[in-house]
Design a protein. Structure first.
Length: 184
């Protein structure tokens, strides 16, 4: 058999195999619809409450504790303790929703070495759950609620000399964060 005949037979065999293989793709199939319902996502959101935050002087050894009407004109001195209290509204819904509420102490800024010389602690409540005073997270369950956050600035009486004079502590970028967690 010559080369041309062998090539022609190989081509015919390949065509037969290809045409025969095409028939194997004709498998039966069928489908049916199911009324599975609708899946709806929950939500997780935190917003600052409508009421303004409240500053208070809580040093009891010099004069009675009470509100500070204008924090911009109030001048702290070593030994003073002032607090800032603000409410936040939480929307939290989801059958398996767990969230962590935290305060980012790094978002509290300052100048003139005052922040570095103050002891800044954070506390508060979310329903019946107390926030830790270290700035770490507290677990929030799925429900709409109001959270009251209190930031306490203690200016130790041990600060001496000219340290921190004319300094400032700024809460304009103070952040309360709410983040979903998958860890129980």
């Amino acid at each position: 058999m010559n080369k041309a005949t062998k090539g022609a037979l190989a081509a015919v065999a390949a065509i037969v195999l290809l045409l025969g293989g095409m028939g194997s793709f004709a498998l039966w199939n069928s489908e049916a619809t199911t009324n599975g319902g609708t899946v709806t996502a929950g939500d997780l959101k935190i917003t600052a409450g409508a009421a303004a935050g409240v500053w208070a002087q809580t040093t009891s050894d010099v004069k009675p504790a009470g509100p500070i009407t204008n924090i911009g004109t109030y001048l702290v001195v070593p030994g003073d303790v002032v607090t800032y209290t603000k409410t936040y509204d939480i929307e939290a819904s989801g059958d398996n929703l767990l969230a962590d509420l935290s305060v980012d102490l790094n978002t509290i800024t300052g100048t003139g070495n005052l922040k570095e010389n103050m002891v800044i602690t954070v506390s508060g409540t979310s329903g019946a759950t107390a926030l830790p005073s270290t700035g770490s997270a507290v677990r929030i369950a799925s429900s709409d609620q109001t959270v009251t956050v209190k930031v306490t600035f203690s200016f130790p009486s041990s600060v001496s000399g000219l340290t921190a004079q004319n300094g400032t502590v700024n809460l304009s970028a103070f952040a309360v964060k709410l983040q979903q967690s998958r860890t129980p």
